[in-house]
Ligand binder design. Sequence first.
Ligand SMILES: [Zn+2]
Length: 94
Amino acid sequence: MPTDVDAERGRLAAGEPEAAPAAAVPMPSRAEAPPAPKASYVRKADILKYGMTAGCPGCTASARGAGTQAHTLVCRERIIGSVERDEEARVRLF
Ligand SMILES: [Zn+2]
């Protein structure tokens, strides 16, 4: 029959891991990382790597060597998302 004492003991046991010196564990802190130049625009190299986005004037202009045109939101999200995933994967290798 469960008593208040049992419940209390269970709570204490569950609380123990939190009492462990978490500060001693080296945490991969993103907050401490220097403000790396986060991908905020699509580079030509990224288009070459991830491919053009259909219907994106920026990609079309880049492929034609016709100067710089704005990329569509869909394009930026796709390519920048790919870049960020790759960069995160690369960081994890270390
Ligand atoms: Zn584009």
